[in-house]
Design a binder for this molecule. Structure first.
Ligand code: G3H
Length: 487
């Protein structure tokens, strides 16, 4: 809630963009730094959040919804002024194209405004009285307490705010740990946080996650954990809380969404949607298509057209007009992609496109890998990058089995021209994943739709109204009906 001057160690922020140095090597550019906070700073942020919540008695949790909406409107109008600065940081920090960076910003502003409207509707519902069997009840959505928010690097603004904004507006106080890539965008917003919210309501926690996050959770004073990240990290973090069963977790985790392309599919449409689904932002979306399962009758035509369309994609820097494939945020990702390709090739797959897997610094040319089999890492591992695995199938049961036996359960796409096939597949699939997309790619939006997953893919639901519910408890005030209350 207050700006604290920092004189300690800092963590350098490397850009996704590489430059060639005098020695001829490509290296990531250093574009800034953030404070390397430790135990003392994390404890101070935690104490501020706990004190501001004050067991639900603080000024923020006791404000009316209308008053909190007023603060949020101050925040959003201040934030709107930083559109260009934030979009540029997204381009340089995580390598997102200018168009996608601006879209991320605009979509986040829309999300905040939609959340404000949803809260107004929820508050109307709250003010109603219900009379049941002689008892008058009023339901009230009340906050949880202190919420720890951790967003991902691929949507550092949007996905972090998808939890931060509903948590805040419901009256919780928040600890915000920025992602390792995409941390600088929050510097730009510090003044907006400070101007809009009372002291201690929003607290930034900077520093190595492995040091500061355990301290926060082990304190037992965090009431809700939100993480958009890996299932492995989420499992580890939850166990650190002394009352793990009392910790509410709202988690967006690993996914391995598949597209099933039937023999009667419109191939041009399927290719277009699968290309977008697999390679938007270099495949670095939890909703990305990470496995294409194509019927053997059409797999040859499909892969040929897919490669033709892929070859038309522009590879370049985020500020280049019309660019699709941009640098990934660090060299470890490039190494991981290369390892997945080597493993697939060692097990008999081919890279179908000429430049597939070629890299220079953090630029990695997408690779189409075929045929993918169970023996390969790509079969189950979430590549979260520009690799497109394709697997043929003869019998629809094989394709369904891939989805059913997966540890993940976020979304699936099916491509077919037959309404009967849609009817036959939708029911078994919707019991395995949380969204079945018909003749279109997997995606999160429109953001008012529920966004969640089964199995290891999620816990809790994010979207505008669902998120307000996720960050609150349905409490009630009840009284016996009397003659006086009847009157
Ligand atoms: O990474 C997960 C994001 O929520 C995906 O959102 O489908 O709109 O790209 P998107």
């Amino acid at each position: 809630g207050e700006l604290v001057p920092w004189t300690g160690r800092t963590v350098p922020v490397l850009s996704a963009i590489c430059a060639r140095h005098a020695d001829g090597r490509l290296r990531q550019l250093e574009i800034g730094s953030y404070p390397s906070g430790g135990a003392a700073e994390a404890a101070s942020a935690l104490n501020a959040a706990v004190a501001a919540y004050d067991q639900g008695r603080g000024p923020w949790p006791t404000m009316t919804a209308g008053e909190r909406i007023g603060c949020m409107q101050v925040f959003v109008s201040r934030m709107a002024k930083h559109r260009d600065a934030i979009a540029e940081l997204l381009m340089f920090e995580i390598g997102k194209s200018r168009a996608d960076s601006e879209k991320e910003f605009d979509r986040t502003i829309d999300y905040i405004r939609a959340t404000i409207e949803a809260l107004k509707a929820l508050d109307n519902e709250n003010s109603r009285f219900h009379l049941v069997e002689g008892t008058i009840g009023q339901i009230r959505r009340t906050p949880l307490g202190v919420v720890l928010c951790m967003g991902p690097y691929n949507y550092p603004l949007n996905e972090t705010f998808a939890t931060l904004i509903p948590a805040l507006i419901m009256g919780n106080t928040v600890l915000l740990k920025p992602p390792r890539f995409g941390a600088l965008i929050f510097d730009v917003l510090l003044d907006a946080f400070q101007a809009a919210f009372p002291k201690g309501v929003v607290n930034m926690v900077y520093g190595p996650g492995s040091e500061v996050v355990p301290l926060l959770l082990e304190s037992g004073q965090v009431n809700a954990l939100t993480l958009i990240g890996s299932s492995r990290v989420a499992d580890h973090l939850k166990k650190l809380h002394p009352k793990v069963n009392r910790l509410r977790a709202i988690l967006g985790l690993d996914a391995k969404n598949a597209a099933i392309v039937l023999p009667d599919a419109d191939i041009d449409l399927a290719v277009r949607e699968c290309l977008l689904g697999a390679l938007s932002f270099n495949g670095q979306r939890c909703t990305a298509l990470k496995m294409l399962i194509v019927h053997e009758q059409i797999v040859e035509t499909f892969t040929r057209r897919f490669v033709q369309e892929l070859d038309k994609l522009v590879l370049g820097m985020p500020w280049h007009e019309g660019v699709s494939i941009t640098p990934v945020p660090d060299l470890n990702k490039v190494r991981y992609m290369a390892d997945l390709l080597a493993d697939a090739q060692a097990h008999g797959a081919q890279i179908l496109n000429r430049r597939g897997g070629v890299s220079a610094g953090t630029l990695f040319y997408p690779a189409v890998v075929y045929p993918v089999t169970e023996a390969m890492k790509l079969y189950r591992e979430e590549q979260f990058g520009p690799i497109v695995p394709i697997m043929p199938f003869a019998d629809i049961e094989t394709a369904l089995d891939y989805v059913v036996t997966s540890d993940h359960g976020q979304q699936v796409s099916i491509f077919t021209s037959s309404p009967d096939e849609v009817g036959r597949l939708v029911d078994p699939l919707v019991n395995q994943v949380c969204r079945v997309n018909i003749n279109c790619q997997c995606q999160r939006g429109p953001d008012v739709f529920p966004f969640t997953g089964r199995k290891d893919s999620a816990e809790g639901t994010l979207s505008v109204t669902d998120a307000l519910r996720s960050f609150s408890i349905r409490s009630m005030i009840a009284a016996k009906q009397t003659e006086a209350s009847k009157a």
